[in-house]
Design a protein around this ligand. Structure first.
Ligand SMILES: *Cc1c(COP(=O)(O)O)cnc(C)c1O
Length: 401
């Protein structure tokens, strides 16, 4: 078996350097645990940015993946397959939206939503060709395509990648009045994360999404929610927008939609919006493939059957209280919803990265986000005992000067 250092060396020599990972080389995983090539065990407190909400290598998902792979994996949409229909039906019934458009990665689903919103604006609202405007927010993260990074406010995501797609306007996050003020007859959609994950688990003020719903309805614009990271149980509800009891026009899902097994994303909408796509106008070779569709069907069933959404709500609240009780001079704030918690450090703490490295030594894998925030987002299958185990270690690291 190769040594960690030689594997890291290979990656650094032959791979592009577009990430700065912790130097832990994982070879095996199960539930909330991962093992490195030297046999050391770690708790995964990132869960692949919420793609493995169902836990690593969930046996039912592995079984579905293997069985479906042995039957048929890819047909392309030139032909039909026996998994796509049931997948769309089950996701539609679970979400309460009447139509599903499957893609693969999150960014592709965001692009799909942007195309749907624009086309809806031109065909249903009669906006002059080329004039559609979409409102987005400071600190947003919606993926890495050239169009999407064009409306990012993160310099590293966009610098050097222009020229960018026009038709987007960026407003401060959490300020509903700014959206009301920005409304004009060209606005076809507001694209928003219910909680900004990559920005550091930023929770908008109570009532924010409800206000956005009112404003967009009043101006006949679409409310498009990016639930790729917040959705499918992470915040203690199936979708984070349910905390405010609203109904958006388009919901974008990905990540946990396939429980970390295989990339599957989708947009959900009703006929009024989804009807803008006619044959040939949008597509993807792998989108809606039987392997992904079968895996996603099981991923959704596992989430519901095993009560993971409720677990996230209950255990998340417990974890948040325990973290708040840590007597650390470094902590500025502990915030979160469900099992999605950010520990914001004081500016004097010296950055989150060094704590993530210290936590790695203690057997916990966490990811720093935005310099000063440690994100805690374990798979939703975590147990109370495992939470206790994690809190002990986090407390130890955060109370060391
Ligand atoms: C991860 C993520 C995306 C992009 O998904 P990819 O699969 O990486 O393309 C988009 N939006 C949000 C909120 C995300 O967390």
């Amino acid at each position: 078996m190769a040594e960690a250092s030689s594997l890291i060396d290979l990656e650094d020599r032959f791979g592009a350097h577009n990430y700065h990972p912790l130097d832990v080389v994982i070879t095996r995983a199960e539930g909330v645990w991962v093992w490195d090539v030297e046999g050391k065990r770690y708790m995964d407190c990132l869960a692949a940015y919420s793609a493995v909400n169902q836990g690593h290598c969930h046996p039912r998902l592995v079984k579905t993946l293997v069985e479906q792979a042995c039957k048929v994996a890819l047909t392309s949409r030139a032909f039909r397959n026996d998994q796509l229909g049931p997948f769309c039906q089950e996701l539609a019934e679970l979400s309460g939206f009447s139509r599903v458009l499957p893609m693969n990665t999150g960014a592709e689903a965001v692009e799909t939503a942007l195309k749907a919103a624009r086309k809806w604006g031109y065909t249903r609202r009669g906006i002059a060709e080329g004039q559609a405007e979409i409102l987005t927010f400071e600190g947003n993260f919606h993926g890495r395509t050239t169009t999407i990074v064009g409306f990012s406010t993160e310099e590293a995501y966009r610098s050097g990648f222009g020229p960018f797609t026009p038709g987007f306007r960026t407003l401060p996050y959490g300020d509903a009045q700014a959206v009301a003020d920005a409304m004009n007859p060209h606005v076809v959609a507001v694209l928003v994360e219910p909680i900004q994950g990559e920005s550091g688990i930023i929770i908008p003020p109570d009532g924010y999404l409800r206000r956005l719903r009112e404003i967009t309805s009043k101006h006949n614009a679409l409310l498009v929610l990016d639930e790729i990271q917040s959705g499918l149980g992470r915040t203690g509800k199936l979708f984070a927008y349910q905390h405010e009891e609203i109904r958006p026009d388009i919901v974008i899902v990905g990540k946990a939609l396939s429980g970390g097994m295989y990339p599957v994303s989708a947009i959900l909408a009703d006929e009024d919006v989804m009807g803008v796509f006619a044959p040939g106008e949008h597509g993807s070779t792998y989108g809606g493939n039987p392997l992904g569709a079968a895996v996603a069907r099981t991923a959704l069933r596992v989430l519901i059957d095993e009560g993971m959404v409720e677990r996230s709500a209950n255990l998340g609240e417990d974890l948040k209280q325990r973290l708040r009780a840590i007597p650390s001079d470094h902590i500025a704030e502990v915030r979160g919803r469900g099992l999605w918690i950010g520990i914001e450090l004081k500016s004097t703490a010296g950055g989150a990265r060094r704590f993530c490295e210290a936590l790695q030594q203690e057997g916990l894998l966490c990811k720093d986000t935005h310099e000063n925030v440690i994100r805690i987002a374990p798979p939703l299958v975590i147990t109370e005992e495992e939470i206790e185990w994690a809190v002990e270690r986090i407390a130890q690291v955060l109370t060391t000067p």
